[in-house]
Design a protein around this ligand. Structure first.
Ligand SMILES: Cc1ncc(C[n+]2csc(CCOP(=O)(O)OP(=O)(O)O)c2C)c(N)n1
Ligand SMILES: [Mg+2]
Length: 422
């Protein structure tokens, strides 16, 4: 799959092109299409329902040429997106066969956002995915086998069968912080990781995600403000997928673009079409570079659509059908496939077919392995929740530098309150 492609087929890259200009509010907008519709609440047969109003007839936008990606990298991202989608389809089947313990959350329609953003991270950078970012986990080094075993709560899964969905990470090798269910909390955690790295004398990119619903939380504000003031290398991707469970984004916030939130924190705000992997990558790459230069956080709003219900139990009947139809035409993988095969001709149709077959073959092997692997032993159920000191040595990866010993003269006077507390 990684065999080099003939050079003659690669068109010139647009490296060196000037950066996009910011609008009057300082927001950079990468999009080639600005949809003009809104979801409104109506009453139908005495029940609340939603309808779309506005123009949905515009042509499907092309993929925006990347300023940074090589042809080979485009194909890499395409492969990650395919793996992401096909793995979720496999998980859906495993769920229907009763083999998944708990629910399944899908990132259908959001694969470009997950895969192309995480693709901008280096090994030393950190990632904190949320439930729809299984593609980001794949790019940062977890295998489809790991993820399927996790959903099936198998003994060999990342949490050894003790969690049944996405609450796992790897703070030792892959630099992945586990998702936190309380929406918004990961932003503060990632700001903290960036701060820890700074105490070690380095600047890294710390990427996490929040939804259009989750960005309404108080912790979003507190964490982002802290990161902005401290100039921490946070790369915050706000996934505006139009729904927070069954709440349309029109009922969630009154501003037009969530990237405008950045203005209030004094940080750059960027809008991308979350279904265009090139736009997502370029914005993420620039935000990661800014983080690594120690210049502080960036907020990237990725506009797209959650193409399934909140989770497998939710049929999303509250979503107006024209909205699904509109975004179906803007499918991130079909458009990217067209871009690499037909527009750029970096893959022939036969190479494309072989790539898809390869992904499916790999997934089948991973699924069969996961399915055949054992469940955890009952006796171990209570283990691993708290470290009792026998499972592993606790070695903080990030820590304060040893503070210098204070001289008596430099020691500040204790306040009355501090003395009282002794
Ligand atoms: C602080 C908090 N409030 C509520 C919830 C329950 N909850 C989990 S997911 C979800 C919807 C989130 O919507 P959004 O942030 O738009 O993300 P999406 O599901 O669209 O990716 C809600 C309300 C939660 N987990 N944490
Ligand atoms: Mg949402």
């Amino acid at each position: 799959m990684k065999k080099p492609l003939p050079k003659k087929r690669f068109a010139a890259s647009s490296k060196g092109k000037p950066a996009l200009a910011a609008n009057a509010h300082g927001i950079v907008d990468y999009r080639l299409e600005k949809p003009d519709y809104r979801v409104v609440e109506v009453t139908r047969d005495g029940e609340v329902a939603y309808e779309v109003r506005g123009d949905m007839s515009g042509p499907v936008p092309p993929i925006r040429q990347s300023k940074y990606l090589t042809p080979r990298q485009h194909i890499d991202i395409y492969r990650w997106m395919l793996l992401n989608r096909h793995m979720e389809a496999a998980l859906e089947n495993l769920y229907k066969q009763g083999k998944v313990v708990g629910g399944v959350y899908f990132g259908l329609g959001q694969e470009a956002c997950s895969c192309a953003s995480a693709y901008a991270l280096r090994k030393e950078d950190w990632l904190a995915p949320m439930i729809r970012n299984q593609g980001s986990l794949l790019v940062k080094g977890f295998s489809a086998r790991d993820i399927m075993m996790q959903y099936m709560a198998k003994a060999g899964s990342p949490t050894k069968g003790r969690d049944a969905s996405s609450h796992f990470g790897d703070i030792y090798e892959r630099n992945v912080a586990a998702p936190i269910s309380m929406l918004g909390d990961l932003i503060g955690v990632m700001a903290g990781v960036a701060l820890g790295a700074r105490y070690q004398g380095r600047n890294i990119a710390c990427m996490t995600y929040i939804g259009d619903g989750g960005q309404s939380t108080g912790i979003f504000h507190e964490s982002l403000n802290f990161a902005a003031v401290q100039k921490l290398g946070l790369v915050l991707i706000v996934e505006n997928n139009l729904w927070g469970y069954s709440t349309p984004s029109e009922h969630q916030f009154a501003i037009k673009d969530l990237a405008q939130r950045a203005i209030a924190y004094g940080i750059p705000g960027v809008i991308v079409d979350g279904t265009d992997a090139c736009q997502v990558y370029d914005a993420a790459q620039e935000a990661c570079e800014r983080a690594r230069r120690g210049e502080g956080p960036t907020l990237i709003e990725a506009k797209m659509m959650r193409m399934k219900g909140h989770a497998i139990h939710d049929a999303a009947q509250y979503v107006p059908l024209p909205l699904f139809e509109y975004w179906q035409k803007r499918d991130p993988i079909a458009r990217f496939e067209n871009y690499v095969v037909k527009v750029k001709k970096w893959l022939t149709s036969a190479e494309d077919r072989a790539l898809i077959d390869d992904v499916e073959k790999q997934l089948e092997a991973d699924r069969n392995f996961a399915d055949a692997s054992p469940m955890p032993a009952a006796e171990g159920a209570a283990g691993g929740a708290y470290c009792d000191g026998t499972c592993h040595a606790i070695k903080p990866k990030y820590g304060l530098k040893e503070p210098k010993a204070r001289t008596a003269a430099a020691k500040p006077k204790e306040s009355a309150a501090a003395v009282h507390l002794k």
